[in-house]
Design a protein around this ligand. Structure first.
Ligand code: NZQ
Ligand code: ZN
Length: 390
């Protein structure tokens, strides 16, 4: 195991009624809260009103900023920053899934910056301060509730880029699995696929030859995803399965399973962000559509020795394959994706091959910025063709 520093400052309140703690939790953080929400699910379920009531009962003034869309956009973040400044906001409260949480992080950081918030995404500036953020999570998927990262799309250039900062971890995240009971079958599949990818990418990268604890931890979480996914396939309103999925998705990207394994690479996320920037596909669906094709391409590269043994291990330990190699693991993975309702190829996800050239060019720009020379435009074009499917 390699040396590491691990610090996760987010307090988690998990369980029934967690959302109702939002007022007391926020009372010590300021007097005026900017309340961010998505395009209507929280309003329709009554959660938004519950949160507002709890905040007001705790003496806070609430300024609403709704309308965050999936694959959230920069212009809405910038509008949130302008509103936060005009209203003298002290803290940000996010009610929603990853898109709302990510937008809230960008607003929280941008409101404290003397420059455009996009500078954080394109590496022109580091976050030096952010307003305190409290999250009420309504979708199990991204892990944004317990990390310092966010992803936003700049509409004019179709760039979908991440930023992260220790200042952007939510102070407190309120996780009530019951809030996810009405999540659709599609969004549930997207969440499973996203959390799976958050475990998989570090599982396949890193330079440490024996990251025993991390691999075992990840394998336990892979099992929890397979198990909760199967139960939710039978009954979307299985509360225990919702709870298992929610906590697994949080643990999959809160840093704990990936420390000590050396540098981690995120090529699937790199490519998927370009796919969703150009097609508006849901992030989890983009990941599951890309993964089998990317794996087949990756296993043919000259430096594929470690990855071959990890993929074989994944097959044995996670998919229960008695024997076989990487090829069988990929087939098992495709079967699992389809069993939970996630696409296993770009064709199944409805991505038009006519867009492949633009996606490859878009992803190659990010790969250059991230120093991932292996992901040249021609290589990315090849990966997309391998992921195209029928
Ligand atoms: O907008 P509303 O009406 O709220 O509807 C949302 C949205 O349409 C709906 N939804 C959310 N909670 C619901 C619900 N529907 C019914 N019942 C509920 N309880 O679900 C739809 C998708 O929501 P979204 O927030 O977009 O999904 P997700 O949580 O998967 O977030 C995806 C975004 O997060 C980024 C992705 O790239 C993508 O932009 N990511 C963020 C990460 C992070 N911060 O750590 C890491 C990830 O790898 C990822 O890149
Ligand atoms: Zn992801």
């Amino acid at each position: 195991m390699q040396s590491f520093m691990f610090h996760n400052p987010t307090r988690i309140e998990f369980g029934a009624g967690a959302a109702d703690k939002v007022g007391p939790v926020c009372a010590g953080l300021g007097r005026t809260a900017l309340l961010l929400a998505g395009q209507g699910s929280a309003r329709r379920s009554g959660l938004l009103e519950r949160v507002r009531t709890s905040l007001e009962a705790a003496g806070l003034r609430v300024v609403l900023h709704e309308g965050v869309r999936p694959n959230p956009v920069l212009s809405h973040v910038q509008a949130g920053i302008a509103l936060a400044r005009a209203e003298g906001v002290d803290l940000v409260v996010a009610v929603g899934g990853g898109s709302v949480l990510d937008s809230a992080k960008a607003v929280a950081a941008g409101a404290c910056a003397g420059h455009d918030v996009w500078d954080f995404f394109c590496g022109q500036a580091q976050v030096e301060a952010a307003l305190p953020l409290v999250a009420v999570l309504t979708l199990a998927a991204t892990g944004s509730e317990m990390n310092g990262g966010g992803v936003v799309t700049r509409e004019e250039t179709r760039e979908k880029l991440p930023f992260s900062s220790p200042h952007c971890f939510p102070r407190v995240s309120l996780l009530d699995p019951a809030l996810t009971l009405d999540v659709s079958a599609d969004q549930t599949a997207n969440g499973l696929a996203d959390a799976f990818a958050h475990l998989l990418e570090p599982y396949l990268s890193g330079t440490d030859p024996r990251p025993v604890v991390q691999l075992e931890l990840k394998e336990a979480l892979f099992h929890c995803l397979l198990d909760s996914g199967a139960r939710l396939r039978r009954d979307l309103r299985d509360l225990e399965a919702r709870a298992d999925m929610m906590w697994t998705a949080t643990l999959a990207l809160n840093g704990i399973t990936s420390v000590g394994i050396g540098p981690t690479l995120w090529p699937l996320h790199l490519i998927e962000h370009s796919v969703s920037a150009l097609t508006d596909i849901a992030h989890g669906a983009g990941l599951s559509a890309l993964t089998p094709g990317w794996l087949r391409w990756r296993l043919e590269q000259v430096d594929a020795e470690t990855i071959q043994s990890r993929v074989t291990r994944l097959g044995e330990r996670v998919f229960g394959l008695a024997s076989g190699g990487p090829a069988e693991t990929i087939v098992a993975l495709e079967t699992w994706y389809r069993s939970v309702g996630a696409p296993a190829s770009l064709a199944e996800a409805g991505v038009d091959p006519a867009l492949f050239a633009d996606i490859a060019a878009n992803a190659a720009r990010t790969a250059r910025a991230w120093g991932m020379a292996q992901y040249s435009e021609p290589a990315l074009g090849e990966i997309l063709r391998r992921a195209a499917g029928a």
